[in-house]
Design a protein. Structure first.
Length: 146
């Protein structure tokens, strides 16, 4: 059921996903593609904000901070997974994997490789602070408009 808290959560976490993707894109090498990076991260974060944070509101501010962090990290994981699968499919169409198991294992290797690029203080801080603030804003929204 749509609620104001779910809508606010979806919008705030979509903005957080877009912002983190922008920080990531600024820090990568010039040879790496960033096609649909911002939009993909925003859509995945929007879905996580609606589905994860939207259902965890109404338990108080301290729980909201934890729920916001959980939502931000869930969005991060699924964004990495989405883009790793996409990159694996692109590479597999060029015939660079020996079999399907190599392709599946490559997904996790790509996730680790991309995840290393996220280990900067700016990105980690943005995820933690943005997730906590998103959780508190969703909680405040659920109190204001139940």
């Amino acid at each position: 059921m749509p609620t104001a808290a779910k809508l606010v959560s979806a919008v705030l976490f979509a903005l957080l996903g877009f912002f983190v993707a922008d920080l990531y894109a600024q820090g990568i090498t010039t040879g790496e593609r960033t096609t649909w990076l911002h939009e993909g991260a925003a859509v995945v974060s929007l879905i996580c904000g609606w589905r994860v944070m939207g259902r965890l509101v109404g338990k108080g501010n301290s729980a909201a901070v934890g729920s916001g962090l959980r939502t931000a990290l869930t969005a991060l994981f699924f964004t990495l997974l989405f883009f790793a699968i996409y990159e694996m499919v692109v590479i597999s169409t060029k015939g660079r994997y020996d079999g399907p198991m190599d392709a599946v294992l490559a997904i996790f290797e790509i996730m680790l490789e991309k995840g290393r690029g996220l280990l900067t203080p700016e990105i980690i801080g943005s995820i933690l602070v943005g997730g906590a603030l998103g959780g508190i804003a969703a909680e405040a929204t659920s109190r204001r408009w139940p």
